[in-house]
Design a protein around this ligand. Structure first.
Ligand SMILES: Cc1cc2nc3c(=O)[nH]c(=O)nc-3n(C[C@H](O)[C@H](O)[C@H](O)COP(=O)(O)OP(=O)(O)OC[C@H]3O[C@@H](n4cnc5c(N)ncnc54)[C@H](O)[C@@H]3O)c2cc1C
Ligand SMILES: *[C@@H]1O[C@H](CO)[C@@H](O)[C@H](O)[C@H]1NC(C)=O
Ligand SMILES: *[C@@H]1O[C@H](CO)[C@@H](O)[C@H](O)[C@H]1NC(C)=O
Ligand SMILES: *[C@@H]1O[C@H](CO)[C@@H](O)[C@H](O)[C@H]1NC(C)=O
Ligand SMILES: *[C@@H]1O[C@H](CO)[C@@H](O)[C@H](O)[C@H]1NC(C)=O
Ligand SMILES: *[C@@H]1O[C@H](CO)[C@@H](O)[C@H](O)[C@H]1NC(C)=O
Ligand SMILES: *[C@@H]1O[C@H](CO)[C@@H](O)[C@H](O)[C@H]1NC(C)=O
Ligand SMILES: *[C@@H]1O[C@H](CO)[C@@H](O)[C@H](O)[C@H]1NC(C)=O
Length: 606
């Protein structure tokens, strides 16, 4: 039998001030009196912490953040950029999801990590900072009927969130990025690579040798991403540390704000409507458990609830609450409160595939992935000097490619690019075998991400149980659009093979790491087999609480993030994006959260 208690500010406050993000114990809760928050935010992840920070700039707004996972404080693996590949899957900071069988991948079940920790997925991801294209955001504006979503209107929010910092090694960055498109006063740190690698010069020579799609782009984050350049990552250069929404937006100075309360290990089961407003259900209360316990607590907001549980969990919380497809909810005996059939639908993700080669060098990262003596040494260097291999993420160079408009792929399939100048795939280069580390050998990996899945490549999040804490069923829709996805992926793999065939790698690459890896002479059938066997998720999940126009039939939220057919609830996280951007999804998530915070402040400014 679950008991329910109300939470109040004074008690949380007393615990908060000692430790920053608090962990309450159940024992304390019966002493708690009444609740009086202006805003309650569900999920202290990438977007949720942005909103929490910006709202509490107003000292009159009391904000409670409920985060299911633990605190990130003091965890080295979450701080050292190089260790990003160890933060998931199946760790203390991961929800440990797996997709349902993916028909596009020969039926494979694919690992599907999501951050389960303060900072959310920004605390565990691999740090790549890409914004997508101007056309992506102009398409959002067009699709939602809200010019606020256009690139020109979102660029100020990208800049507002960003603090571009010097790289750890303080190398001269002139000519490696375009300062005019970056922000320098924000809370999310970004930098260029902090330590050189032995392949940097070879990569540059390869681009110079190849031509074709291999052109230079001074800064692929300008809105015009086509071409190749230096990778930018969410790393604070001077401290050589991961920048997450926790390290930035919940830095100590912000946690000390008396009007910001952050509760970790607090998992929300549902949002509750106790009344209607203007004829629609109004949601002002959340229900949650602490430390996985059986007791359910509630907290209420006098102004708004903000749901920021991410693209897999936000739809789950909505469905637990009776918000979603009435027929799907009835399968689990959940009464329908707001009938919105698109909750959990329209899931967009990015397929990724990595090609690897054994190389004639001992200067790759592979030894640092498997030799504990080297690891100890690199960690000590990082601690002492904030320099060295451990200051780097997974890639030094990145680029974006558009398949020509006259390609035969688009004779029978709609071109899925968001607009002119927008890419179909991304390529990035790694100085090690990206994936499981072999016991010996040195490697080069080149990965490509299909940025523009076709119209039929849509997955979903559905409930598997009436238990609000059960794991949802996730269909990532990977390579599900037969006409578009595999054809574009073939072009992407060929492009990777062309890159690897540049003379610059001639005395470097020895052979493919996997003998089944195709070469440039491979047939389409051979490429397709390789692609369907080896493609996995890049984890750029969006779309499951999609924005549509105000008054539109479908969709989940209006362009101002408000839940349709309801009052009191906004959704602010990657799930609202109606299409996946042509890049890794965190930069867009920070920017949209900054915009949401401004809209919420404006609503309550009177
Ligand atoms: C392994 C991995 C690597 C990635 N690499 C990159 C990369 O290099 N670059 C990039 O741009 N993007 C990357 N991404 C994607 C990117 O990080 C995400 O798109 C983005 O961070 C999502 O932000 P969000 O706010 O929507 O969700 P999240 O950051 O996931 O935040 C959701 C938060 O809500 C909490 N929560 C969930 N359910 C509940 C509940 N019921 N009650 C309370 N709290 C709850 C979660 O624990 C989490 O803290 C990666 C993703 C993964 C998984
Ligand atoms: C994920 O798996 C790890 C390792 O088994 C475990 O410690 C962690 O608690 C799991 N996460 C969740 C949310 O259950
Ligand atoms: C906006 O969308 C409409 C169709 O919905 C399309 O006809 C039009 O060309 C689009 N405009 C831009 C600028 O993308
Ligand atoms: C790489 O090889 C060179 C020469 O064979 C050797 O001097 C050097 O120590 C090696 N470096 C590493 C990191 O193993
Ligand atoms: C596409 O156009 C380019 C130049 O405009 C041309 O070289 C190429 O052959 C065309 N490709 C196809 C498939 O028509
Ligand atoms: C397009 O579809 C037609 C009719 O089905 C088919 O004959 C043709 O081969 C297709 N073209 C391409 C490039 O797939
Ligand atoms: C879904 O529920 C069924 C039946 O309880 C269970 O066997 C299965 O493992 C669940 N799936 C997931 C992904 O948890
Ligand atoms: C491709 O070329 C390599 C040698 O360069 C050869 O070993 C391989 O058999 C060829 N594959 C096909 C499908 O022709």
């Amino acid at each position: 039998m679950r008991l329910s208690y109300k939470l109040a500010i004074p008690h949380i406050l007393s615990l908060l001030h000692s430790s920053g993000a608090v962990m309450l114990s159940e024992r304390d809760l019966p002493h708690v009196a009444t609740t009086n928050y202006d805003f309650v935010i569900v999920g202290g992840g990438t977007a949720g912490n942005v909103v929490a920070n910006r709202l509490t700039e107003n000292p009159n707004f009391n904000v409670l953040v409920l985060e299911a996972g633990p605190s990130d404080a003091g965890v080295l693996a979450l701080q050292v950029p190089f260790l990003c590949t160890t933060t998931t899957p199946q760790t203390l900071w991961d929800w440990n999801y797996t997709t349902v069988s993916q028909p596009g991948l020969n039926g494979a079940l694919v690992g599907y990590p999501r951050g389960y920790v303060l900072g959310g997925t920004s605390s565990v991801n691999c740090l790549v900072y890409t914004r997508g294209s101007k056309a992506d955001f102009d398409r959002y504006a067009n699709f939602t009927g809200d010019e606020g979503w256009s690139w020109d209107n979102m660029l100020p929010y990208f800049k507002k969130s960003e603090k571009f910092t010097p790289p750890s090694d303080r190398h001269n960055t002139a000519g490696q990025f375009d300062p005019s498109v970056h922000g320098f006063d924000g809370l999310n740190s970004v930098s260029l690579p902090g330590a050189p690698t032995a392949i940097d010069d070879r990569f540059e020579a390869a681009i110079d040798q190849l031509g074709g799609e291999f052109t230079w782009n001074l800064d692929t984050n300008s809105g015009s991403p086509l071409g190749f350049g230096w990778s930018q990552a969410v790393i604070d250069g001077p401290s050589a540390s991961r920048s997450s929404s926790s390290t930035g937006y919940l830095a100590r100075e912000f946690l000390l704000r008396p009007n910001l309360h952050v509760l970790v290990n607090a998992q929300v089961s549902r949002v509750i409507s106790e009344r209607t407003r203007d004829g629609v259900p109004e949601f002002k209360t959340v229900e949650f458990r602490l430390n996985g316990g059986d007791t359910l607590f509630t907290a209420s907001a006098s102004k708004e609830l903000i749901l920021s549980a991410g693209a897999t969990n936000t739809p789950q919380v909505l469905m637990n609450s009776g918000i979603g497809s009435a027929s799907h909810l009835s399968e689990h005996g959940i009464p329908s409160i707001v009938d919105l059939p698109d909750v959990g639908e329209n899931l967009f993700d990015h397929p990724i595939i990595t090609l690897s080669w054994r190389v004639d060098s001992n200067m790759t990262y592979d030894d640092y992935k498997r030799n504990s003596a080297l690891q100890d040494e690199a960690l000590q260097t990082w601690k002492d000097t904030r320099q060295g291999v451990y200051a780097n993420g997974i890639s030094q160079h990145i680029g974006f490619v558009r398949v020509p408009d006259n390609s035969s792929i688009f004779v029978n399939a709609t071109n899925p690019a968001s607009g002119p100048g927008s890419p179909h795939f991304e390529i990035f280069v790694s100085n090690f075998l990206l994936g499981a580390t072999p016991s010996e050998g040195n490697y080069l990996s080149i990965s490509t991400i299909l940025l523009t899945p076709g119209d039929n490549a849509r997955g979903s999040v559905k409930l598997n149980s009436s238990d609000p804490f059960a794991i949802p069923l996730i269909d990532a829709g990977l390579l599900a659009d037969d006409a578009t996805d595999v054809a574009l992926m073939r072009e992407a793999v060929k492009s990777v093979l062309r890159l690897a065939s540049a003379p610059a790698w001639g005395d470097y690459i020895i052979e493919a790491a996997d003998s089944a890896q195709p070469g440039l002479n491979a047939t389409d059938a051979q490429l397709d087999t390789f692609i369907r066997t080896n493609t996995r998720s890049a984890y750029h999940v969006v779309g499951t609480s999609s924005i549509t126009r105000k008054g539109a039939e479908g969709g989940v939220v209006d362009p101002d993030f408000k839940l349709k057919k309801a009052a009191g609830l906004r959704i602010v996280d990657a799930s609202v994006l109606p299409f996946v951007p042509a890049g890794h999804s965190q930069a867009a998530t920070y920017a949209l959260a900054e915009r949401a915070a401004d809209l919420i402040k404006a609503t309550h400014s009177a």
